[in-house]
Design a protein around this ligand. Structure first.
Ligand code: PGA
Length: 252
């Protein structure tokens, strides 16, 4: 069983000082769980300051996006080299909000995944269907297209180098969660695809995490599913009590 991974995605919330205050408030509850990995993805401007606090506590720093080039004339972009330099371990790529509002396609997301791997970052590749796609029975087709676009031709030494986040778009920020069984069905499908492309041994080690309105009251049932190896948490990760309960999933 891969080590469970819980990632806080703070999106475009919190100034630097607010972000430091929040992570400091969370620390006492996060520190005490050695058997899982916890990562926090604050906005770019807060990475440095939040990273200092996380490092001391043995927690991981994650970025919410990056460009694929190492450096150059790309105004407004952030490179994987810069993220490594700040101590980032993970980078979220192809989040549905990037796809929806910033026009990122599978090709671009794929280039980012390759570049992140090359620079020693662990990409968290996000995939997920919209409500319309689900209603038209296209869920598996969409997931397969996004997966293939995201990791075509990659070679991994071990499954720990890659994380897949299944986030049904209709569940993000809406309060609607996929049922644990429906999520497991897609996670199982993703595991199968990974096995076909990368081999079974590697695929068993890859964390496939679920995202989309993960809350204290649904995390236990989701985490009990065989192929759900963690959670990508948006709204509930901005609240100290909610996030503490989520990282303590399966306990009373
Ligand atoms: P949510 O966001 O938990 O607020 O639904 C999840 C995400 O977008 O990663």
């Amino acid at each position: 069983m891969p080590t469970p991974l819980i990632v806080a995605n703070w999106k475009m919330h919190k100034t630097v000082s607010e972000a430091v205050d929040l992570v400091q408030e969370m620390l006492p509850d996060l520190r005490v769980i050695p058997e899982i990995q916890v990562a926090v993805a604050p906005p770019f401007v807060a990475l440095s300051a939040v990273g200092v606090v996380l490092r001391e506590a043995g927690l991981f720093l994650a970025a919410q996006n990056m460009f694929w080039e190492q450096e150059g004339a790309y105004t407004g972009e952030i490179s994987p080299v810069m993220l490594r330099d700040l101590g980032c371990r993970f980078v979220i790529l192809g989040h549905s909000e990037r796809r929806q509002y910033f026009g990122e396609g599978d090709g671009e997301v794929g280039r980012k995944v390759h570049s992140a791997l090359q620079e020693g970052l662990v990409p968290i590749l996000c995939v997920g269907e919209t409500l319309g796609e689900r209603e038209y029975g296209k869920t598996f087709e969409v997931i397969e297209r996004q997966m293939r676009g995201g990791f075509e031709d990659i070679v991994l030494d071990s499954g720990e180098e890659l994380v897949i986040a299944y986030e049904p778009v209709w569940a993000i920020g809406t309060g609607k969660t996929s049922s644990p069984e429906a999520a497991q069905e897609v996670h199982g499908f993703i595991r199968g695809l990974l096995g076909n492309v990368l081999g079974e041994k590697v695929s068993e080690k890859i964390r496939i995490i679920y995202g989309g309105s993960v809350k204290p009251d649904n995390v236990d049932a989701l985490m009990a599913m065989k192929d759900i190896n963690g959670a990508l948490v948006g709204g509930a990760s901005l609240d100290v009590d909610s996030f503490s309960r989520i990282v303590n999933f399966g306990r009373d």
